[in-house]
Design a protein around this ligand. Structure first.
Ligand SMILES: [Zn+2]
Length: 312
C-alpha cells in the first residue's frame, strides 16, 4: 500500500488542479498578469461595511480581503508593507478617501488597477452637525457614510459597475446580486424608519460621534461625547455639557460601542442614574456584535434606539 500511496496522492493533486483550471475564467484579457492561478476577482476593501457589499455583489466570483483585521478599530489603521504591495495586484480596491490616511497613501503608492472611492460620489456631512462641534477639531467631515442604508445602496451600485468592468462576463450575475442586496437595504431602511418614528426623545448620546448619517436619515439628533474620532478623551467641560443635555431632554440611556472602551459612557450614566446600551458603528464585526452582518447589526441599532428614545 505504501508503494502506491505516493503516485495516488500525485494523481489526486493533478486531478484537483485540472478541476480548478476548468473553473478559472477562460476569457481573461491577454494583458492580464494574474494568469489563471485563481478563478476569482481579487478585491481589497478598507473596512467591514465595504466587505459586506463586495461579498454580496460579487458572490462566488469574488474573493475579498479586508485591510482592517476583524475586531480592530479602522480609524487609526496601519498597513503592513505586504498589504500595501497587495493593492497593486488586486483587481479592485474599495475605500473612502479622507477616512484612513494609511489606505489613502497605499492607494497612491500601489496604483491599483481599479478603485471605488466612496468619498468621490457620496455627500459627506459636516462633523460639526454631530453635536460634538469643536471637541476634536481633527476632521471637518463625518466619515461614517455607511450608517445610512441609502448610502450603502449607492456604494453597491458603484461596486457592481466596477466588478462588471473588471469582468464583463459576470455582469449579469453582479447585477442580480445587487438587486437582491438593494432590496435587503431598502427593507432595512423601511424597518428603521418605522422603528424610529414618533420618538418621545429626539437626542441620543453616544461615545464616538459615528451616527450622524443615521440620525439625519431618521430624524434624530446625535450627541457625541467624543468627536468623530473614537479614541479622543472628552474634556470635563464636554462631559458636563453632555450631562446637561441628558437632563434637559430626559434621556434614558447612554450608548457605547463594541470596539471602544465603555468607561466614559458608563461613568456618565452612573452619575445620572441612567442605563447604558450598545450602538454599533459597524466598523468591524466580532463575536460581541449584535448580529452577524450589516443588516442584522443595523436592525439591532434601530431596536436599541427605539427603546431608549421611546419611539412608537
Ligand atoms: Zn468611527
Amino acid at each position: 500500500m505504501k508503494i502506491w500511496g505516493t503516485p495516488l496522492a500525485v494523481l489526486t493533486t493533478a486531478a484537483l488542479l485540472s478541476l480548478s483550471a476548468c473553473a478559472a475564467y477562460t476569457d481573461a484579457p491577454a494583458a492580464s498578469t494574474s494568469a489563471t492561478a485563481t478563478a476569482k476577482l481579487q478585491v481589497a476593501v478598507a473596512f467591514y461595511p465595504f466587505e459586506f457589499i463586495v461579498d454580496r455583489v460579487g458572490g462566488d466570483q469574488v474573493s475579498v480581503e479586508n485591510l482592517t483585521a476583524a475586531g480592530a478599530e479602522p480609524h487609526d489603521l496601519e498597513l503592513t508593507p505586504q498589504q500595501v504591495a497587495s493593492l497593486s495586484t488586486v483587481d479592485l480596491v474599495v475605500y473612502q478617501s479622507g477616512f484612513q490616511p494609511a489606505v489613502d497613501t497605499a492607494v497612491q503608492q500601489a496604483q491599483p488597477r481599479a478603485t471605488v472611492d466612496t468619498a468621490s460620489f457620496l455627500t459627506l456631512i459636516d462633523a460639526s452637525a454631530d453635536g460634538a462641534a469643536g471637541e476634536t477639531g481633527t476632521s471637518a467631515k463625518d466619515p461614517h457614510t455607511w450608517l445610512d442604508p441609502t448610502n450603502m445602496v449607492t456604494i453597491a451600485e458603484h461596486v457592481r459597475d466596477a466588478l462588471s468592468a473588471a469582468h464583463p462576463a459576470d455582469a449579469q450575475a453582479f447585477a442580480e446580486n445587487t438587486e437582491t442586496l438593494v432590496a435587503d437595504l431598502e427593507h432595512l431602511d423601511k424597518t428603521l424608519a418605522a422603528d424610529l418614528s414618533g420618538c418621545a426623545i429626539t437626542p441620543f448620546i453616544t461615545s464616538h460621534a459615528a451616527f450622524g448619517y443615521l440620525a439625519k436619515r431618521y430624524g434624530l439628533t446625535q450627541v457625541g461625547i467624543n468627536g468623530v474620532e473614537p479614541d479622543v478623551e472628552p474634556s470635563a467641560a464636554r462631559i458636563a455639557q453632555v450631562q446637561q443635555i441628558a437632563r434637559t431632554n430626559h434621556v434614558t440611556t447612554i450608548f457605547f460601542e463594541t470596539l471602544v472602551s465603555p468607561t466614559v459612557s458608563e461613568s456618565i450614566a452612573g452619575d445620572l442614574g441612567l442605563k447604558t446600551d450598545v450602538l454599533d458603528p459597524l466598523e468591524g464585526i466580532t463575536s460581541e456584535s449584535r448580529g452577524t452582518n450589516y443588516l442584522e447589526v443595523m436592525t439591532s441599532n434601530g431596536a436599541a434606539l427605539q427603546k431608549a428614545n421611546q419611539c412608537s
